[in-house]
Ligand binder design. Structure first.
Ligand SMILES: Nc1ncnc2c1ncn2[C@@H]1O[C@H](COP(=O)(O)OP(=O)(O)OP(=O)(O)O)[C@@H](O)[C@H]1O
Length: 869
């Protein structure tokens, strides 16, 4: 134990006289006055002596056996005399602390108050500009105008919640933030207060992933304290950052550490330390401390003037050996927290970032103009993936910068998801490598571009391997993860949660979001000789939906502009053969899906990511069939679809299948300019109100092409049908109208009567509000089908559905099976139905044989059983 600095151990004039002697002599000389002085605090003094191991438990028992406090003090002094000089030193040090904290009862002097005000003014001045990533030197962005509330919550995060968050998208991701914050939200000013807590909260650890706002929270506390706005009950707040502390490489002491940046405190520092219960010390960025692994060493200092290594001084402060009553706020990324001395933290706080309202507020403050902010925010919300990561303020900031630059400089704005992620990666790498190497001379130059790209590749490898294994959480025991732990940059991208399992705790890592993992995986695949996953190489839609985003990112990274950008910024060049191979693959897939009507959405996204119109010309399929059915489409999906449709301008679309995609009036208006080019337009299983039907009617009025229109299960009633019939009358092109599962009654059927047999040759109205007798006269025209009797027509239908099933993934196949297995027994007796269902059953069996996912396999088996009953 280091226990020097005896000048502060003795406080009275008498002590000064004795200072030349040893502590043991002082115990003897001061015996009488010590008994008087300490009788009121002997119990607490005794506890501290035991804690500091100057006294054993047996010593304590011996003291406590004495009758009354004065006798106890005498016993302590007796024991000290037996123990010798070291123990006497500790005793005086403890006594000195007790005296100092006793002094706090005195009202603060005028000088103390003056220095306090000066310190506040300085803090306010220092924190009034926002510390934005990459903000230009001298640029003044007012903190008060740009700070957005951060969501602070108590405690650790459960693993299940973490898993859910890593997988949630867009609005859902941001509303999870909101919900999880509701019960546990803390205001920055209340960090050191907790209801129902007997023990004071002195040591608070604030954690959160890279860029979540830890440093900005520190700034907020300093800013509010400086402006007398906070309600933190402290006289002084002293801020130190580990980046800065890294520059000190010789022994120093707490007094010097404080004065380095706060010379103005020198005159009153003794009093500030003496009033340590009114002092808050903020230590920011523990994970950046070059000695963070050795902070829990058992070497302590107990006096502010005692020289020691920085890590020893800070370790003592955190563990309450030095200024035991001072409050300390420590911030750190989760990666480093298990190097924080165990047991010293009274409260764990997690910064969860922004929820939707804060993201909007951020945009408003950034753009400073409500209209521009709204416009920019809608651009981001239209892009679900982009919105997902906006819960991280740094991401939010980078997105705004990118949008702003493209607005101001008229440069190309980021068009695709990959563009944004690439910029995010580069901005984080730049910001973190610069600041770290600048402040760690011993590391200087170590993190060269080469090393940077090595780390990115290591992360990419981990992301890729785990993605292929369908894993989003990785345990520290995994060798792949263990190999990464020692790189400082890794924590910029990997988030750490501590999992509490019965009997043990384990660290669990994840990327900030699954999309970030997919991005890194794609980057790895693009720049190394790692072969493409089989499922992607084959171009089949089956069993590879979990790789959809991965393949979009891959396409984006292999695109000309992003590959050049990445090679310039991170030194990672894409493999030339891969660029070409992927190019060809997109063209082949596009052609194939257009021809066979397979689900094409992901392929359209890959095309969109490339932003190369020549690829569509190269594809030139004979038919244009665009099947994006059975998936609720987001705005991003619409953008990819529209991009393709606009590139094929002037071409007839043999089919556009928007079945079960959640389209409504607005989304139909969005694609309206393209709809008239369709021959077959399938819009079934979407809830279509009169406004949506009106959009379809408008298209029908001008289209020379639409011959088949599918509106099954769209909740259409007689009025909507009437509107459609009027529109069909204009061009008289529609030949087939599918209206199964709606609310059409006899009245609706009457409005169809005029359109049969010309132009409408087939109208399917099974499962509507029709009663046999009533509709018998209209249905006597055999063009209108109200049940399954028309063998030939249903045979055609069966063929069409079956073809679709063949090119569908297992998940889509299951969605179709849900629909088509809902038939009455009578209908199943028909010949077409027998053929159809037996083909289907064979297809299911084939799929079961090569299905690798258990749950899907079980569902397929269930349908197989139903079909074979
Ligand atoms: N509350 C906030 N209001 C406005 N902007 C914020 C806020 N919090 C963070 N930011 C933005 O995010 C950036 C990163 O924040 P900050 O440096 O505080 O993150 P951090 O958690 O300390 O990250 P790291 O662990 O990487 O050091 C800031 O530079 C700022 O642009």
């Amino acid at each position: 134990m280091i226990t020097t600095g005896l000048a502060h151990v003795f406080t009275s004039a008498m002590v000064e006289k004795e200072a030349c002697h040893s502590c043991l002599t002082a115990v003897r000389v001061l015996r009488v006055s010590l008994v008087d002085e300490l009788e009121g605090q002997i119990d607490s003094l005794l506890e501290v002596l035991v804690c500091q191991e100057a006294f054993t438990r047996d010593d304590r028992e011996e003291v406590l056996c004495q009758p009354g406090p004065r006798a106890r003090v005498r016993k302590v002094l007796d024991i000290l005399e037996c123990k010798g000089e070291e123990a006497a030193k500790v005793f005086f040090s403890v006594r000195s602390h007790q005296q100092l904290s006793h002094n706090t009862a005195h009202p603060p002097s005028t000088e103390y108050k003056k220095v306090q005000q000066k310190h506040k003014d300085i803090l306010r001045r220092r924190s009034e500009s926002m510390l934005f990533y990459n903000s230009r030197h001298g640029e003044k962005i007012l903190f008060s105008e740009h700070y957005v509330n951060l969501l602070l919550v108590d405690g650790h995060q459960a693993l299940e919640i973490k898993r859910h968050e890593v997988l949630a998208f867009g609005q859902e991701r941001l509303s999870l933030q909101h919900k999880s914050g509701l019960q546990r939200k803390i205001a920055p000013a209340k960090l050191f207060l907790r209801a129902n807590e007997k023990r004071p909260i002195r040591k608070v650890l604030v954690t959160g992933v890279a860029g979540i706002g830890k440093t900005i929270l520190v700034q907020k506390i300093l800013f509010d304290f400086g402006g007398n706005k906070d309600h933190l009950a402290f006289d002084f707040v002293i801020h130190m950052s580990f980046r800065d502390l890294n520059l000190i490489d010789k022994p120093t002491n707490l007094r010097e550490l404080v004065l380095r940046k706060n010379r103005h405190l020198s005159k009153e520092l003794d009093h500030i330390f003496a009033n340590d219960d009114r002092l808050l010390i903020i230590l920011d960025g523990f994970d950046e401390f070059k000695h963070y692994r050795s902070c829990d060493a058992e070497v302590f200092v107990t006096e502010p003037e005692e020289d020691a290594e920085v890590k020893e001084i800070l370790g003592s402060l955190l563990q309450g050996e030095l200024l035991p009553n001072a409050s300390v706020m420590l911030t750190s990324r989760p990666t480093a927290i298990n190097h924080i001395p165990v047991g010293c933290i009274d409260r764990y706080v997690l910064i969860a970032g922004f929820s939707l309202a804060e993201v909007q507020d951020f945009f408003l403050r950034y753009f400073q103009d409500a209209t521009v902010a709204d416009r920019m925010f809608s651009t981001v919300s239209a892009n679900e993936l982009m919105l997902t990561l906006c819960y991280i303020p740094a991401f939010c900031y980078i997105v705004c910068c990118i949008l702003n630059e493209s607005k101001d400089l008229c440069i190309e704005s980021p068009k695709t998801m990959t563009d944004i992620y690439v910029q995010y990666l580069v901005a984080l790498l730049r910001s973190h490598t610069q600041s770290r190497t600048e402040t760690c001379p011993e590391d200087q130059g170590a993190e060269t571009i080469q090393q940077l790209s090595d780390i990115v590749l290591k992360l990419g490898r981990l992301a890729f391997k785990k993605l292929m294994e369908h894993q989003t959480l990785f345990y520290s025991s995994d060798p792949e993860v263990a190999g990464l732990e020692r790189c400082s940059l890794v924590s910029t991208f990997l988030d750490k949660t501590v999992a509490q399992e019965p009997g043990c705790t384990e660290e669990v890592f994840s990327f900030a979001h699954l999309t970030v993992q997919e991005f890194f995986a794609a980057l790895y695949c693009a720049v190394t000789d790692q072969p493409l996953p089989d499922a992607i190489q084959s171009g089949e839609n089956q069993n590879n939906e979990h790789l959809d985003l991965f393949s979009r990112f891959l396409s984006g990274i292999l695109s000309d502009r992003n590959s050049k950008f990445l090679s310039r910024q991170v030194g990672l060049g894409c493999q030339e053969e891969k660029v070409e191979m992927y190019h060809k693959k997109i063209i082949t897939d596009l052609t194939m899906h257009c021809q066979n009507g397979g689900h094409i959405l992901n392929c359209l996204h890959c095309l969109f990511e490339q932003q190369d119109p020549s690829m569509v010309l190269a594809a030139l399929p004979e038919f244009l069939r665009v099947n994006v059915s059975d998936e609720t489409l987001s705005q991003m999906d619409h953008n990819a679809i529209k991009y393709f449709l606009s590139l094929t301008e002037g071409k007839i679309l043999s089919e556009l299948d928007l079945t079960g995609t959640g389209v409504n009036r607005d989304s139909l208006r969005d694609v309206q300019p393209f709809l008239h080019r369709c021959q077959k337009l399938w819009l079934g299983e979407n809830n279509l109100d009169m406004d949506a039907v009106q959009v379809i009617a408008d298209v029908l009025k001008v289209s020379e092409n639409i011959t088949n229109l599918g509106l099954g299960w769209t909740n259409i009633g007689d009025d909507e049908l009437q509107a459609l019939c009027t529109a069909i009358q204009v061009k008289k092109k529609v030949k087939e109208l599918w209206l199964e599962g709606n609310r059409v009654s006899h009245r609706g059927l009457l409005s169809l009567a005029d359109l049969t047999p010309d132009p409408l040759q087939t109208i399917v109205v099974i499962w509507n509000n029709l009663y046999e007798k009533e509709s018998a006269c209209v249905c006597s025209q055999d063009r209108i089908t109200v049940n399954f009797t028309d063998e030939e027509m249903w045979q055609e239908w069966g063929k069409w559905v079956f073809k679709r099933c063949e090119v569908s993934s297992n998940e889509k196949l299951l969605a179709v099976l849900h629909k088509v297995c809902n038939m009455s027994d009578d209908s199943l007796e028909l010949q077409w139905a027998k053929t159809f269902y037996s083909q289907l059953s064979q297809l299911i069996k084939r799929r079961i044989q090569c299905c690798t996912e258990d749950d899907i396999c079980k569902k397929l088996q269930r349908f197989d059983r139903i079909l074979n009953l």
